[in-house]
Design a protein around this ligand. Structure first.
Ligand SMILES: C[S@@+](CC[C@H](N)C(=O)[O-])C[C@H]1O[C@@H](n2cnc3c(N)ncnc32)[C@H](O)[C@@H]1O
Length: 569
């Protein structure tokens, strides 16, 4: 079978002194059945000179340890027996067969799925082209065998054949999720408790339903999943009624929308026979500002009764005074510090109408409410789940960017501080450049020690802290990071963003919460022309060492998304 070879070439003619000639040669051999090569032949190749602008760009070395990845992985899974990636994938001398034999043979499937996903979604390769590449590569699974087999089908499945769950059993052998996913709620109908319990066991994110989400199969995922808090109501009953008017028709003759201002007082709770309130109580904790017609569907209570019950339970006076009064105490200072991030804002670009948001209960659970004209009001930095309705897909919605992984083109090249990340296309303010992914670590992770040794030796630190609170100007009130994303061994080009010091950065990192899971988004805050370096402010804490950095509060507050040195155990 003919193969392009990377071994030393048989000396071609013309020789070295004829180098100006725009022809070079690669060699090719045929192998017989015993694997012996024939004499080989040199194949001429046209050399296309690169424009001058490219001459200074040396090829950057292959990733030393870091494999390309599109999702965070739990560090503990990496240290397990599965091979999550193929190192030196572009080095034909790397003994890939021997490498894979050292792991579960299933590992190769995961890599194949990830490769097809990336070629198709990130690099926009057509299915036909991917098929062509696969067919030319011996040993790979064909893209499409039939409508229900082959890689194309497999990448869209949730339970992939041969993938091992966290409990060590293959997913495809089981009619249901692994036992540790089952949760005993003691028969409770408390949806609020169920959402919180479920979050730490299984994330309802379509990204996880595809392959390779080792985060949710690990029983310690709760470490990376802060519980969902009780959501504070913002709309009084009168405002809720007003918000539901306009383009939205009444759902029935008994719809709460038909309650007039004058009727408000008459329709008291005494007239309302309410059967089972447990679910409604939970919903009001999670989505207190949802339109009652939506709550009616889930709670099986008419929307008029839902409205009346809410009016009794959540008093207008309490909402008005909560809106006026500043919070007090320690919790308040923490909340105030996070206020910038978790503020309410209207996502004009999202184009999700009231009804569409209603279709996604988890979107509501994570802080969505509505304005009268049907624009979704979402908590800043809260991203809708992947089952966002089609209406959200058409607009310039950052949720979709995150879900599909369609980020900006980043080119890794030599920069002032080793390698750096450069814009491979023009980038505008607000564009989501990429997601900073890597291994998720917590302070109890056993591998922290030897990661530190390697970092100290290489003087390269790819850790990004999450969940901490920056100190105020006096160095007070800071809290250390709770978790860390380490892109030392696993990541994507965003790991090469250097610190902008002494200049201002053109990107920031936002800590966002997607279906309860914390993730890091890199967003442009200045326009960046193609070829210019992308930078972040690492924050002062990054450059401090030891205990100073561990306190989290010792330095001046870093800007939103400042990079932080990982707290050591
Ligand atoms: C996440 S890496 C960035 C990519 C790195 N330049 C590389 O070659 O892989 C962070 C490391 O880059 C270096 N670095 C980044 N910005 C720097 C700056 N402004 N001054 C000095 N070193 C910097 C430091 O060694 C730091 O630990």
């Amino acid at each position: 079978m003919p193969r392009a070879a990377f071994a030393p070439l048989p000396t071609p003619t013309p020789k070295v002194e004829d180098r100006e000639v725009d022809t070079e040669f690669i060699s090719e051999w045929n192998y017989d059945a015993d694997g012996k090569p024939d004499a080989g032949r040199a194949i001429p190749m046209k050399v296309v000179p690169l424009p001058d602008t490219f001459v200074d760009y040396p090829p950057h070395p292959p990733y030393q340890y870091c494999t390309p990845a599109s999702r965070n992985e739990n560090a503990r899974m990496i240290d397990n027996k599965q091979a999550p990636f193929l190192p030196f994938a572009d080095d034909p001398m790397f003994p890939r067969d021997t490498y894979f034999k050292a792991f579960d043979e299933e590992a190769q499937w995961v890599i194949e799925y990830e490769t097809v996903r990336r070629l198709h979604i990130e690099h926009r390769f057509s299915a036909a082209l991917i098929d062509e590449i696969i067919r030319a590569t011996p040993g790979l699974t064909p893209l499409r065998i039939s409508n229900e087999s082959g890689l194309l089908w497999a990448v869209s499945q949730r339970d992939l054949p041969l993938v091992i769950w966290g409990d060590g059993l293959p997913s495809s052998s089981k009619p249901q999720l692994p036992p540790h996913f089952a949760q005993d709620y003691g028969g409770s109908k408390d949806l609020f408790k169920q959402v919180n319990a479920g979050l730490s066991k299984f994330c309802p994110n379509l990204n996880c339903i595809t392959h390779n989400c080792h985060v949710h199969v690990d029983s310690d995922w709760s470490l990376f999943t802060p519980p969902v808090g009780q959501v504070q109501p913002h709309l009084t009953s009168t405002q809720l009624l007003a918000a539901a008017q306009g383009p939205h028709p009444a759902c029935s003759k008994e719809c709460f929308r038909l309650i007039g201002e004058d009727d408000m007082e008459e329709d008291g709770p005494a007239n309302v026979p309410l059967p089972d309130l447990a679910i409604l109580d939970s919903l009001l904790k999670l989505i207190p500002d949802a339109i009652p017609c939506e709550l009616a569907v889930v709670s099986k209570i008419t929307c008029r009764n839902v409205f009346v019950y809410r009016r009794e339970k959540i008093k207008d006076a309490a909402i008005i005074s909560a809106g006026k009064q500043p919070r007090k105490g320690k919790q308040a200072s923490r909340l105030n510090k996070k206020a910038k991030k978790y503020d309410y804002e209207i996502q004009h670009l999202c184009h999700v109408s009231t009804q569409d948001v209603a279709l996604t209960p988890f979107a509501s659970a994570f802080g969505a409410s509505y304005t009268a004209n049907g624009i979704a009001v979402v908590q800043k930095n809260t991203y809708f789940p992947d089952d966002a309705p089609p209406a959200a897909v058409g607009g310039k919605c950052t949720n979709v960017v995150l879900q599909r992984g369609t980020f900006k083109n980043i080119v890794v090249m030599k920069s002032k501080y080793g390698l750096g990340a450069f814009a491979g296309e023009d980038i505008s303010v607000g564009d989501v450049v990429g997601e900073y992914v890597g291994e998720l670590l917590d302070n109890s992770n056993e591998t922290l020690g030897h990661r530190d040794v390697i970092q100290d030796h290489s003087k390269l630190n790819y850790c990004f802290g999450m969940g901490g609170v920056d100190a105020d100007e006096n160095g007070k009130g800071g809290e250390p990071d709770q978790t860390t994303v380490d892109a030392q061994w696993l990541g994507n080009p965003t790991r090469f963003l250097n610190d902008s010091k002494p200049n201002k950065p053109n990107c920031v990192a936002d800590e966002v919460r997607v279906n309860g899971e914390c993730r890091l988004l890199i967003r442009a805050v200045k326009p960046v022309k193609m070829g210019c370096e992308l930078t972040l402010s690492y924050g002062d804490r990054y450059w401090k060492t030891g205990q100073e950095a561990d306190k989290g509060g010792s330095g001046p507050a870093s800007k939103s998304g400042g990079r932080r040195r990982r707290s050591r155990a």
